[in-house]
Design a binder for this molecule. Sequence first.
Ligand SMILES: Nc1ncnc2c1ncn2[C@@H]1O[C@H](COP(=O)(O)OP(=O)(O)OP(=O)(O)O)[C@@H](O)[C@H]1O
Ligand SMILES: [Mg+2]
Length: 275
Amino acid sequence: MRIEAAIVNRNRDDTPANQMTPCIWPIEGESIHFEYEKAALLGEGGQKCCWKITSRDVAGDFVLLEYRYPSSLHDDRFLEYDDCDKEYAYHQAHEVAEINSDKEITILKRLRGLVGALQLQRVIQCKGNDFRPQIHAIVDFHNRGNLKEFSTQNISLSTREKLGMAIDMMKGLCSIIDNKIYLTDIKAENILLDDTSGRLTATICDFCNADILEDFTIDDKKHNLECLLDIIRRDIFKANYNCDVDNIIQYDRNAEDICLRDFLYKLVGALNNVA
Ligand SMILES: Nc1ncnc2c1ncn2[C@@H]1O[C@H](COP(=O)(O)OP(=O)(O)OP(=O)(O)O)[C@@H](O)[C@H]1O
Ligand SMILES: [Mg+2]
């Protein structure tokens, strides 16, 4: 089934396609026409569904981040409300989805062009008769799924591959913190893997629960680093503590300040020394 960008909520209701008017915002001077087909559901959380899509309008595979806007007043989630409360609940649910999509898209825009962070390709807006506009995002597809699934497959990785992934994640974290973004949901499910370049790369995704901070404290920085290191140890190096990555970066959690780029340079140095 081919669908226009305007009917991204098609999977959750029976609204005919022609009831929606496409209104698409490409990020930078691209064609405004964008037609796509949902190929597979990749993941589903409280705030959005992630669909692999294909499109004749662009080469390659992409992912639609479809935020959970209510589809209409007749959405299943309003079944127990009477008509008056239903309308209020609908507007509230719409507002929540708007806040979530707006926040993640704002963050994805800040991270454009930066290695180690999910890349936004387009922002699409959908309009319908009795609907308020819905905003969704199109991002790059990563062909090896998330690190959690990958680590349960017990695939053996070379030291070069492990360090390469740790470097990608550290680069991602540097960019994220440089942009005053504080991650509250760092976990292996939110690290995407890809090997289309011939190298296994790791990318940080899922910014729905992240916070944009004006004042980033050392403790915030340390907290994000420590969460990321836990994943690197457990899901990449398969170790609980004191693994190769600890020996390389020599992170002192009691230090008064830390420089993530120093850790990054140490990891790159270690990679260059691998035979
Ligand atoms: N760009 C992508 N390429 C490949 N797989 C993806 C991509 N984006 C998401 N996925 C898959 O979907 C899963 C869920 O994505 P994500 O973490 O962004 O959303 P979520 O946790 O389901 O949503 P919520 O924000 O509602 O908590 C990922 O763990 C991954 O397996
Ligand atoms: Mg997630």
